[in-house]
Every structure is written in structure tokens, then in C-alpha cells.
Write a protein that binds this ligand. Sequence first.
Ligand code: SAM
Length: 406
Amino acid sequence: MTQMSLLPRPNQAQLERNQALSAQIIAKIAQARGFLRFDDFMRAALYTPGLGYYSGPSEVFGAVGDFVTAPQISPLFAQCVAAQWRRWFAQMAADQAQVTEFGAGDGRFAGQILALLGDEVRSYNIIELSGHLQRRQAQTIATLAPQQVNKVRWLNQLPDSLEGIVFGNEVLDAMPVRLFELQFDQQCGISVLERGVGVQNQDSTPLCMATQPANPLFAASVIEKLKCAIGPENSLASHYVSGYKSELGEESTGWVNAIAQRLSHGVLHLIDYGFAAAEYYLPQRSGGTLMCHYRHRSHEDPLQWIGLQDITAHVDFTAVAQAAMQSGLDLLGYTTQARFLMHCGLIEYAAAAMQTQSDIKQTVALNHGLQKLVSEAEMGELFKVIAFGKGASFAAIDSRDRSNRL
Ligand SMILES: C[S@@+](CC[C@H](N)C(=O)[O-])C[C@H]1O[C@@H](n2cnc3c(N)ncnc32)[C@H](O)[C@@H]1O
């Protein structure tokens, strides 16, 4: 049985969108002379207006969608983030107390944080690529924080300058990545291939993964990245096997650079799943971290149900930190989600919430959410929190920081 036959079948309208998007991608492959770089494929699959996974009308979040994120799992997440932001806002002038959130999902985090921080926030900007999600966010915020709606604006592009707190939860993992594969040959030594998407003559599955020799610039970036990960004194051939696959998040580091250059005074605060480079590019992680999510099932084939499934890669936090610091930001800390939330008072907030629960169902839900946020087997260890500051000595995010691992 193929992986595809194990996944639930989309409805007719979804199938039509999938076919329309696949046809556009096939045309792009033809324009690119038979080989579409994976980052270009991923951008088309996720963000083609009206058809891409995040730009189409399908529900992606929650029980009826494909995955859940921390703000949907528990209100304790926003409570803890609000506690950290209060410390940062206390170090800013009142007119700098702005938030710019990227990829605000269903709007729950924005609504919760506005309800918690109220007048402490002067304005709340959202940069959201999907028009459908923008409408959804407006409704959620109006429900959760009706007094604060007039502070919220949706921006269609990056502003020229940023102040206050710039925030993204699970945004970097949704940015397109370039894929590579290593080949070792006794005569020629190491070569780097770029992985992308091509077409094959099969009606049922017209797209296939394809490789071509990496251009010299990309090959050099891959080799430099891997050498840094294993230590420059070690040889790639003695660490990695032929066929080793992974990815480079060039778009996310470019995005961090762009934010860092625009941030004049404030904090860039990012939460996502991933590792420092040494762990990301472990020789044992020989298939990379690319993952797809479709109706709460995870698998590794990005060519299935294009436009209907999420495609994501883990974040290389070393690359993120280097990009931010090279553009003039100070690292305020790097830690796990569990440590960050505890540092912000998670246990106290959870205990207070338990006391207000009137029925057993609510207590069980609160416990379940708490467990998901911090358990090592769930989000507690895999998810990391990183923050950078500019213009002041902003407060750190954890007393037991892991920045030395970056
Ligand atoms: C996994 S969802 C996370 C949503 C939300 N932050 C949450 O925690 O529920 C990823 C979001 O990032 C957005 N995104 C990806 N790249 C972006 C970019 N360059 N600018 C703004 N949003 C972006 C996507 O459109 C999507 O809404």
C-alpha cells in the first residue's frame, strides 16, 4: 500500500484545487527546463494565492485541520509570553510598546495577548500572507479582546522600520528550504546535489523528486555549513554517508536579516521546533527534517496532495542566530520551550487556573495542555525559544540559557 492510499481522501473542491495547483507547478517546471528547486516548489505549494496550503480556504489549524500550535493547545502559552513581554515593555518608552506578529494563524495568540496586556500594548501589527487567515484573525481578536480591536492593523509587507516586539510562533518552519544530497565517490571525492522537483510520464503521479549538480555557490554553502556542524578538523567523508540528505533554510535566514536591519529599538522573539547546527546536521539524521502534515498524520512525501498538506522543515537556530547577530542584534537567549515557559511562571499560572476550574472536563483539558507544552516527549524539548535585542540591555529569556550550544 502506498503512503497516499493511507491518507484520507480530499473532497471534490479540494481535489480540484490540488489539480489546478499541480498544473501550475508542472508549468513552472517546464519553464525551469525540467528542474524546479525545492524552495520554489515549496513556496508554490504553500503560498500560491487562492490555491496554496496557507493561501487557500481549507482549515489548517485545530481538530478538523492538519495540526495544532501552542496558542490553540493552551491559554497558558500566551499568559507566559505576556509575562516576558511585560519585562521587555518595561524597558521601552510607552510609544515603543508595539507588537508586530508574523503569520498569526487563527488569531488566537493575538487575541489572548491583547486581552492580557490591554493598555500596555500601543499597537498590534500582523503580517499575514493569507487573506483568508486575515479575516479569520479579525473575527477571533474581536471575540477575545473586543476592547483592543482598534489597535490591530494588517500590513501587506515588511515595514521599513520596526520598534517594540517582533514575534513569530512556528513561522520559520513554514519558510521554503533548499534541499541537498551528498555523494561520495572514491575518484571524484565529495559532490553536492541539489534536490528539487521534476516531471515523470505517469498520469497518476506526474511529479517526482529530482536531483542535479548543485551550483558552486550552493555547494560551497552546504560544505561550509556541514564543516561548522561537525567541526573544521573533521572530514565530511568520515562523518557523512553517501546519500545523506538535508536542507538549508536560506529564506528564513534572509528573513531574519531583513527584520534585524529594520529593528531600531526592541526585541525579535521567535519560537519554533529545531536545533542548533551541530544537532541539526548530525550524521545520523541522514534524511533531513522535511515533514508533511495532513489531517494530523505526518509523513515525508511533499508531492502528495499538493496545496492541501503542510510542508515544513525544522529550524537551524545556529543559522538564525548568526544572521541576526551579523545584522547587529544582541542575542538575549536560546532555550527550550519548557524552560522558557517555566521561567515565565507557567507553574504558578497553571495552579491559579486549576483553582478556578469548576468541572472535571476543564481540569483534564488544562492538564493535557500543560503536559503538551512542556513534556520532553511533546513540545517541551524540541521547541526552542530564541530572542534578540537592539537598543537596550533587554531582559534574558531564561536563567539556564543554552546559547553556548549555538
Ligand atoms: C504553522 S503556521 C503558525 C501560525 C501561528 N503563528 C500559530 O502559532 O498558530 C505558519 C504561519 O507562518 C506564516 N508565514 C510563513 N512565512 C511568512 C512570512 N514570510 N511572513 C509572514 N507570515 C509567514 C504562514 O502564512 C502561516 O500562517
